[in-house]
Design a protein around this ligand. Structure first.
Ligand code: ADP
Ligand code: MG
Length: 728
C-alpha cells in the first residue's frame, strides 16, 4: 500500500465507536426542539393561539399584531432552548437547504442590549441570496428574493438557532424554491379530491396528501473518503475495480449493525426525534456499507421538510463519528445504488385513507375511484414523472439492473388486476339494470381487507401499489422529495378535475351517480391499460414490450428534461396555479445547467486523477519492472535474462497499452468538452455533455480499472473498493 493509503487505512482500523449520548426513551424527547401546538398553547395568549391554529390549518394570514405575539412567543421559547440566533430556513433550487443566521441580540445603548424578534422578522425577510439558481427570473426584474414564513410547518431549534420554515420567492412573486409550488400543488389536490369525495360522503371537507419516504445512503470512513478526490468532488467514485466480493452473498442486507455504525445511527436518530421527525426504521441495505432509514409517514409538506432536515443532520452527525455519508444515487459501480422511495397517499378529515380498500361496496367504490384516477394520471403524464426524477446521479441508477427502469409503469398486483379486468368487461353500455349494479357492487365489495398484508411486492416497478398507498421508487436518494411530490399531486389534481367533469356530464345525460362512476372508471381502465405492468421491470423483454406499447423510455437526463418544453404541461401547471410557464422554463434551465456542471466536474476530476494518480502509479511500477528486467539481464546475460524476464515484460507491455489508451481517451474527451463548452444554450450543452463527453467515462474507467489490477498495491494511492465498502 502507498503511504497515503496506508495512513488512511490505519486510521480506520484504529477508530473506536463513539459513546452513545442518549440512553433514555425516544418518547421522552420526541419533538422537544419543535415549536409545536402544545408549546404554542403554553406560550401564546389564547386569542393568538387560536389565530395561529387557523393559520396552520387553513393557510389563513396572521395579522400584524398576532404575528408580533407569535414571534415573541417563539423567541421566548427558543431562548429556553439556548438559541442565540434565528434564521429563515428555505429550499432553493440547488436541492439543499439554505439558512442565513441573525442574532436575537440587539445593542440598545452603551453596555445595554436586548433579545429582539418581532412579527416583521418572522413573516418576511430579504436575504441577499442572489447567487442561488433562478433560471433568469431574477435577472430581468429586480434581483431581490424574499423568504416568507410557512406557518404549516413548525419552527424548530437546531444548533442554537431558531429555524423558521419559509418559501423563497422573487420580487415578482415567482417561486425560486421547492416549497412554494409544493404548497400550491397540495392545495390543488385537496380541492380536486374533496370535490370527488363529495359524491361519496358529504362529511369529507378536507383531504391531505401523505408522504412516507425511505432514505438510502452509504457510509464511508472519512479518512478513506478524503483520500479519494472523486468522492470529495463528485460524491461518487469515478474509478475503482469491483472488489472480489461485492453484494453477491447478500450478507449485508438486514445484517447486524456494527457498534460504530449503531452509534452514528442512534445519534442522528435522537437528533431527528428531538426535531419531531418520527424515524422508526433502520436496517442494512443490499450493498456493503449501505443503509436505510425511514419514518412514519406525515402530511406531505411536513414530511418533505423532515427529509431535508434529516439529510442535513445525517451529514453533520456522520462527521462527528468520522464517517462521511454518501447520498449520491450511485457511489460505487457494480453494487446497488441508493434511492428514496416516496410512499404516497391521500387521507381525509374523516380519517379515511383514500387509497386503502374499504370494508363495504360503498367505501370500496371510493377507493376504486381514487385508485383508478391515480393510474390514469400516471398514464397520461408518465413523461412528467420521468422528468421529475431526472438528474445526473439518478442516470446511473435508472435502468441499471437493481433500480426501477427509466420506463414509467405502474404495478397493482393480481387481485386488483382481476378487479379492474372485471369492471372493464362487465360494466354494460346503456342503462344498467338493478341486477347489473348489484352484481358489480358485490364484486367490488369483495376486495378483501387482508390484501393489505399480502399484496404481491414487485420491487422492479418504478410506481407500485403496496396495499394502501403507492410507492414511487424511482426517486433518487439525494433528491428533494418535493420535486416528485409537486408533480404527483398536480397530475392527480388535474385528473380528479377531469373525472368530476366527466361524471357530471354523465349524470347530466341521465345516468345515476354510481352508474356514472362505474362507466367512467371502465373508460379510464381501458384508456390507461398500457401503463400497467406486472412483470419484471429489469428485464430486456420489458424494454421491447414497452416500446411495442408506445411507452416512452427517456434514457438520460437531458432527454427527460426536454419534456418540460411541452406546452400541454405548461397549461396543466398554469391551470392549477402551481407553476407558470415562465417558472417552469426557469426550472428547466436550472436543471439543464446543473446537469452540465455536474458532468463537467466529473470530466475534470477524471482528467486530474488520470494525470496525478493513475499515470504516475503506472510509471512507478513500470520503473520497478524495468529495473528488475535490466538486473536479470546483468546477472544472467542478455539471452537468459530475457527468458527469465518474460512475465515482467508482458506486464510492462500491458501497462503501456492501458496507459496509452487512457491518455488517448482523456485527450479525446478534452477535445469534446471544449466543443461542448462553446455551445450557447444550456439545453444544447446538456445534450452535448451527455452524448459526447460522458460517453468517454466508462471507456476510460475500463482501462484505469485494468491498471488497478495490474499495478503493485504499493504504488496505488487511491483506497480500493474493498477498503471503502468493507471497513466500518
Ligand atoms: P418497504 O417499502 O421497505 O417494504 P413499507 O412498505 O413498510 O416498507 O413502507 C413503509 C413506508 O410507507 C413508511 O415510510 C411508511 O410511513 C409509509 N406509509 C405507510 N402508509 C402510508 C400512507 N398512507 N401514506 C404515505 N406513506 C405511508
Ligand atoms: Mg419501499
Amino acid at each position: 500500500m502507498s503511504n497515503q493509503r496506508m495512513q488512511a487505512y490505519y486510521d480506520v482500523l484504529h477508530r473506536t465507536p463513539k459513546a452513545i449520548t442518549f440512553e433514555g426513551k425516544n418518547s421522552e424527547i420526541f419533538g422537544e426542539n419543535v415549536f409545536h401546538t402544545e408549546v404554542m398553547r403554553e406560550y401564546l395568549p389564547s386569542e393568538a393561539f387560536k389565530s395561529m391554529i387557523k393559520s396552520v390549518e387553513n393557510g389563513d394570514r396572521l395579522d400584524r399584531a398576532m404575528a408580533d405575539q407569535v414571534a415573541s412567543a417563539m423567541k421566548d421559547w427558543a431562548l429556553t432552548k439556548g438559541a442565540t440566533h434565528y434564521t429563515h430556513w428555505f429550499q432553493p433550487l440547488t436541492g439543499a437547504t439554505a439558512e442565513k443566521h441573525d442574532a436575537f441580540f440587539k445593542p440598545v445603548g452603551p453596555g445595554r442590549a436586548i433579545e429582539r424578534f418581532d412579527g416583521d422578522l418572522l413573516v418576511q425577510q430579504e436575504p441577499d441570496a442572489s447567487s442561488f439558481p433562478n433560471g433568469g427570473i431574477r435577472n430581468t426584474f429586480e434581483a431581490r428574493g424574499y423568504t416568507a414564513w410557512d406557518p404549516s410547518s413548525p419552527a424548530f431549534v437546531i444548533d442554537k438557532t431558531l429555524c423558521i420554515p419559509t418559501i423563497f420567492i422573487a420580487y415578482t412573486g415567482e417561486a425560486l424554491d421547492y416549497k412554494m409550488p409544493l404548497l400550491k400543488a397540495l392545495h390543488a389536490v385537496n380541492e380536486a379530491a374533496v370535490d370527488v369525495c363529495q359524491y361519496f360522503d358529504k362529511n369529507i371537507t378536507k383531504t391531505i396528501a401523505t408522504l412516507g419516504w425511505e432514505q438510502e445512503y452509504f457510509l464511508v470512513d472519512k479518512a478513506l473518503y478524503n483520500a479519494r478526490p472523486d468522492l470529495m468532488m463528485t460524491g461518487r467514485t469515478l474509478f475503482g475495480h469491483a472488489s472480489a466480493k461485492g453484494q453477491q452473498l447478500d450478507d449485508h442486507y438486514f445484517g447486524s449493525i456494527t457498534a460504530r455504525v449503531t452509534a452514528f445511527m442512534r445519534e442522528f436518530e435522537t437528533e431527528s426525534i428531538r426535531l419531531g421527525i418520527p424515524v422508526t426504521t433502520r436496517h442494512n441495505e443490499v450493498a456493503p456499507n449501505q443503509f436505510e432509514c425511514a419514518p412514519i409517514f406525515e402530511e406531505c409538506n411536513l414530511a418533505n421538510d423532515h427529509n431535508q432536515l434529516l439529510m442535513d443532520i445525517m451529514e453533520k452527525v456522520a462527521r462527528k463519528h468520522d464517517f462521511r455519508v454518501l447520498l449520491h444515487e450511485k457511489p460505487f459501480a457494480g453494487v446497488n445504488g441508493s434511492g428514496k422511495h416516496n410512499n404516497w397517499s391521500l387521507s381525509t378529515n374523516t380519517g379515511v385513507n383514500l387509497l386503502a380498500p374499504g370494508k363495504n361496496p360503498k367505501s370500496n367504490l371510493l377507493f376504486l375511484a381514487f385508485f383508478v384516477n391515480t393510474i390514469k394520471a400516471i398514464h397520461d403524464n408518465a413523461d412528467l414523472l420521468r422528468a421529475c426524477i431526472a438528474g445526473a446521479g439518478n442516470d446511473h441508477r435508472l435502468g441499471g439492473n437493481e433500480a426501477p427502469p427509466a420506463i414509467i409503469s405502474a404495478f397493482i398486483g393480481s387481485q386488483l388486476t382481476e378487479l379492474l379486468d372485471n369492471i372493464e368487461k362487465n360494466v354494460k353500455a346503456g342503462k344498467m339494470t338493478p341486477e347489473d349494479k348489484t352484481e358489480l357492487k358485490l364484486n367490488i365489495g369483495k376486495i378483501p381487507q387482508i390484501m393489505l398484508d399480502n399484496t404481491d411486492r414487485n420491487r422492479t416497478s418504478p410506481f407500485a401499489f403496496t396495499g394502501n398507498k403507492f410507492e414511487f421508487r424511482a426517486v433518487g436518494s439525494s433528491a428533494n422529495c418535493a420535486q416528485a411530490m409537486i408533480i404527483l399531486n398536480t397530475i392527480m389534481a388535474s385528473q380528479l378535475k377531469i373525472f368530476k367533469t366527466n361524471i357530471d356530464a354523465r349524470i347530466g345525460k341521465g345516468d345515476g351517480k354510481d352508474e356514472a362512476i362505474l362507466k367512467e372508471l371502465q373508460q379510464m381502465i381501458k384508456d390507461s391499460k398500457k401503463i400497467r405492468f406486472e412483470g419484471n421491470g429489469y428485464g430486456e423483454e420489458w424494454v421491447k414490450e414497452a416500446a411495442k406499447r408506445g411507452l416512452s423510455n427517456l434514457k438520460d437526463t437531458p432527454r427527460a428534461l426536454q419534456v418540460w418544453s411541452n406546452k400541454k404541461y405548461h397549461k396543466l401547471f398554469d391551470d392549477l396555479n402551481v407553476l407558470t410557464p415562465r417558472e417552469l422554463e426557469a426550472r428547466q434551465e436550472i436543471e439543464f445547467e446543473s446537469y452540465v456542471y455536474k458532468v463537467q466536474i466529473e470530466a475534470r476530476v477524471i482528467d486530474e486523477m488520470v494525470q496525478n494518480y493513475i499515470i504516475p502509479a503506472a510509471i512507478a511500477y513500470q520503473n520497478k519492472l524495468i529495473q528488475n528486467v535490466q538486473g536479470l539481464m546483468n546477472v544472467l546475460g542478455d539471452k537468459a535474462g530475457k527468458v527469465a524476464a518474460k512475465g515482467q515484460v508482458a506486464i510492462l507491455e500491458e501497462i503501456s497499452e492501458h496507459m496509452n489508451k487512457t491518455m488517448d481517451l482523456s485527450a479525446k474527451m478534452l477535445a469534446s468538452r471544449k466543443k461542448a463548452n462553446n455551445l450557447k444554450g444550456h439545453e444544447e450543452k446538456a445534450v452535448a455533455y451527455c452524448d459526447n463527453v460522458k460517453v468517454f467515462f466508462d471507456d476510460i474507467r475500463y482501462h484505469v480499472d485494468k491498471l488497478e489490477l495490474l499495478i503493485d498495491d504499493e504504488e496505488w494511492r487511491l483506497p480500493k473498493f474493498r477498503e471503502m465498502l468493507f471497513t466500518r
